[in-house]
Structures are given as C-alpha cells and as structure tokens.
Design a protein around this ligand. Structure first.
Ligand code: AMP
Ligand code: SF4
Length: 462
C-alpha cells in the first residue's frame, strides 16, 4: 500500500447540505491525491456515498452532489503510485456495524496492516479492496466495546504507523491522529459547523476559521452537544512528517503555526548560504521548487526568473507507474523558456531528488535550451531511506541517494554542480524542534518501528 491522501469532514449543526462544502474542501486538497475522490453524507438515518476514480471535478457533478443530503459528511482524495489504482480502494469506506453504518476516511499508512488483515481474515472477515482503511473499518466493526468511541480507541491501540482518520456515524463525527501525529489534521469553525481537514488551505476555501490542530494521540468527537476531546495515547513523541513542509503540503497551508511557503522560502535562503555559486539566474522546478528558489534568489541576490513552464493539466509525474512513462512525464509536464535561459549560467532549485529521473531530464532540457552552465540545488537533504508512513518515495534500491554519493548523483544528472540543504538547516527553516518531526527518510530514525518483513520488501520491490 502506497498512499498519501487528503481527508476532510464537516459537522453541520443545522440541517444543510454539506456535500458541496466537502466538494470545495476536497478541491483544495486535490494536490494530496488525484487518483480517486469520494464523499459520504449522513442525514441522521442513512449514510449515502458517492465515489469514483479521477479528480474531484471528474467524480462529482451537480446531480451526484444533490443526491448527498444530510448534515454530517466526510470526504477523501486518494493518491497512490503503483498497482492498486482501483475503485475498490477509493474512500470513504462505508460499512454496517453493530454501532450502525459508519463511513471512514484515512490518510497515512499502517506498518502492521498485513498482520491485522490476516487476523481478521482468520476470523472470517472478507475484504473488497487492499487498503489499510478497510482494515481499520473492519477492526472497528468487530470490536467488543460497547460505545463507538471506545471501539475506535480500542482499535487504534492495535494499529502501528501513521494515521489521520475521520469517521462518521449517523450522528457523530470523529477525528483522530496517531500517537506520533505523523500526518496532519486540523479543526476549523464555520458559523454553524465544525470542519476537519488535512490542511488549512481547505478551511480557507470555505471561509472557515482555524481553531487548532488535532494533537498527536488525540481523539476529537463532534455531535449535537458540540466538540469534546480525549487523549487516547499519551506516551509518544510527536513526529510530524518533514516532507509535508518540503514537498507535500500546499504553500498557502499553515502547519503548526508555520506557513509552508515561508518555511520553503527559508529553506532556499539557507541553501544559498550553504551552496553559493556564481550564476545569472535562479529558476525553480515548478511548482514545488518555487518558494525555495525565491528564497535562494533573495539570499544570493541573483535574479529569480521563470525558466520552465508547467502544463497545469498534467498530474504529478510521480503518479505514473512505469519508468518509461515517468521519463516521458517530465517532457509532458515541463517545457523550457528558451529565450530566458539561452547563454546563461542557471541555478535550478527543486525540493528533492528521489530516483533522479526528474532532475536528469530537466538538466537536459535546460542545456538543450542553450544554458551555458546548469547548477542544481535541492532544498532538502539526500533522501536515503524509504518512507513507510504513507508518502511513497521509492524502495531503497531505487533511491538514488541511497546508492550514489553526491558526486555520483551529480554525474548521473549531468549537472555542473549539485548541492543539498543540510538537515540542520532544514529543521532551522521550519523552526520546530527536530525532535517533533519525522526525519526518517533523511536520517533513518523511524519514530514507529518497521517490521522486518516490510523493510526487506521496500529494499527490493516497490
Ligand atoms: P525523481 O524524478 O524520482 O527524482 O522525483 C523527484 C521529483 O518528484 C521532484 O521534482 C519532487 O518535487 C517530486 N517528489 C518528491 N517527493 C514526491 C512524492 N512523495 N510524490 C510525488 N512527487 C514527489
Ligand atoms: Fe515523512 Fe520521510 Fe517520515 Fe515518511 S519517512 S513520514 S516522508 S519524514
């Protein structure tokens, strides 16, 4: 399972039709997943769900939205890289339980889901798809606890890994984060509604006021009496995914009081201090490299210019399954502005190098466009370990920095020079204590132990 997703939920205190609000929320979270989208709504008696493959505006239209009436709703956008791109894995997962029908949406990855799935299968439970989310929903459904809330926390005590989950019953909305808070989740308030979302940019689109983040190990329950909270798991340190800051979250979102754009701008500034080079222009790999490129330009006093234009209608190259399509993907997505780079010494800023495909292709494109020198700067440290917590980077065998030195990578991507931001300065740019971040793909310190079986899988296959 390789998923990184966006989750959204709304509890409206007045009978209203929240499906449209979820639709807008998911629209703002579209960058977190382009493979499938879904919304489930409760009217107090029944839960109705509509989901499908594709972008939010491909899955929903006026007709499908108008069929989703009620006052509570959850929504999901899903992203996965290989294999399991099927409707069975689209969310929300809706199942009947002794607590009534529930709808569940999940962002993250459980590291022990295979064990849990097998245990459930041994008890005679069958599965439609292959996601962790279905495992979570089935575990809740088979709990022996009397109250639904307890069934949820009891289930989570068996789950290891990363999860930000939103669950809806006919009359409640529950938002919960794993003990390390690896994936983000925040709460917002509208006039007559509470909203929960992976990122604050989805609150903004609705005009909702940011209230706070759901804490690591916290469960928040919203029903007609309002919002209440419990800490269901105290002991663990927080370990928010640093890649949310580096790449994944939208620049206009705020995570732990840090605006993503600002943190990326500072990454670029530190990068310029660490790896200066004489050049005529600084340019970005759009769009995730733009804030760091602006920071680099500000610090180095070298002008920022656009050198590559991105076709907005192509999804992220990373979601293409085969190497062949990935190679073509960069050209599909990016085209150089020849007049801007011709004859110049160019610094290109990107947020990360995973397999090296993107950088290699871009360096070639810029050289072919006539650049005299091409220098690559990366606003995060070398990515040397696989992620098991829901951001699919690659297996260790595919991670270029796990297999080559910086000089080896420089040669592979055919650039005149290459510089990575140091871990120290990455953490400084975010201005959160390093201890409260997950940095595992950069330094190997996994906050949740990874079962050996999974480790060997990620070593060789993807
Ligand atoms: P690669 O071509 O494999 O080296 O991929 C590097 C490119 O993928 C960079 O331009 C990044 O912006 C982007 N990237 C980094 N992490 C991810 C991720 N988890 N999902 C999708 N794209 C990513
Ligand atoms: Fe994020 Fe890397 Fe940790 Fe995965 S391993 S959660 S990508 S910081």
């Amino acid at each position: 399972m390789k998923e990184e997703c966006g989750v959204f939920g709304i509890y409206n205190f007045e009978a209203d039709s929240p499906a449209k609000s979820v639709y807008y929320g998911l629209f703002a979270l579209q960058h977190r997943g382009q493979e499938s989208a879904g919304i489930a709504v409760s009217d107090g008696k029944d839960i109705r769900c509509h989901k499908g493959m594709g972008l939010v505006n491909q899955v929903f239209d006026e007709k499908s939205l108008s069929g989703l009436k009620g006052n509570i709703a959850v929504g999901h956008v899903r992203y996965s890289t290989t294999g399991s791109s099927v409707i069975e894995n689209a969310q929300p997962i809706v199942i009947d339980t002794k607590y009534g029908t529930i709808a569940l949406v999940h962002n993250g990855n459980l590291v022990n889901s295979n064990v849990l799935r097998q245990e459930l299968k041994d008890k005679g439970i069958s599965f439609v798809g292959t996601t962790d989310s279905e495992v979570l929903a089935s575990l809740i459904a088979t709990s022996i606890k009397e109250k639904f809330e307890e069934a949820v926390t009891d289930t989570l005590k068996h789950c290891k890994g990363a999860y930000s989950i939103v669950i809806m019953t006919r009359d409640q909305l529950i938002a919960v984060r794993d003990p390390n808070g690896i994936r983000p989740l925040c709460i917002g308030k509208l006039d007559k509604a509470y909203v929960v979302s992976s990122e604050t940019c989805a609150l903004d689109i609705l005009g909702a006021r940011f209230v706070r983040e759901v804490a690591n190990g916290e469960l928040v329950l919203i029903d007609r009496d309002g919002l209440r909270s419990q800490t269901w798991q105290l002991e663990e340190r927080e370990a928010l995914c640093v890649f949310e800051y580096v790449y994944f979250a939208r620049p206009d979102s705020v995570l732990h009081g840090r605006n993503i754009y600002e943190t990326r701008f500072h990454m670029g500034k530190y990068l310029a201090k660490e790896h200066p080079v004489e050049a005529d222009m600084v340019m970005a790999v759009p769009e995730s490299g733009i804030p760091a490129a602006m920071g680099y330009a500000a610090e180095s006093k070298i002008p920022y210019e656009e050198g590559l234009i991105k076709n907005r209608y192509v999804g992220r190259t990373f979601i293409q399954p085969s190497q062949e399509i990935r190679d073509l993907g960069v050209r599909l997505k990016l085209n150089p502005i020849r007049d801007a780079v011709r004859g110049k010494k160019v610094i290109i800023i990107d947020d990360s190098i995973i397999r090296g495909t993107t950088s290699r292709q871009i360096v070639r494109l810029i050289r072919e466009a006539g650049a005299r020198e091409v220098h690559m700067r990366i606003s995060s440290p070398p990515n040397i370990n696989p992620c098991y917590y829901g951001i699919d980077t690659a297996s260790k065998a595919e991670l270029i920095a796990a297999n080559l030195s910086v000089e080896g990578i420089r040669k592979y991507i055919e650039t005149d020079s290459l510089g990575y931001l140091s871990l120290k300065h990455l953490v400084k740019a975010i201005s959160l204590p390093g201890k409260s971040l997950c940095l595992a793909c950069l330094n190997g310190e996994y906050p949740v132990r990874i079962p050996e079986r999974l480790q060997s899988l990620k070593l060789f296959f993807n």
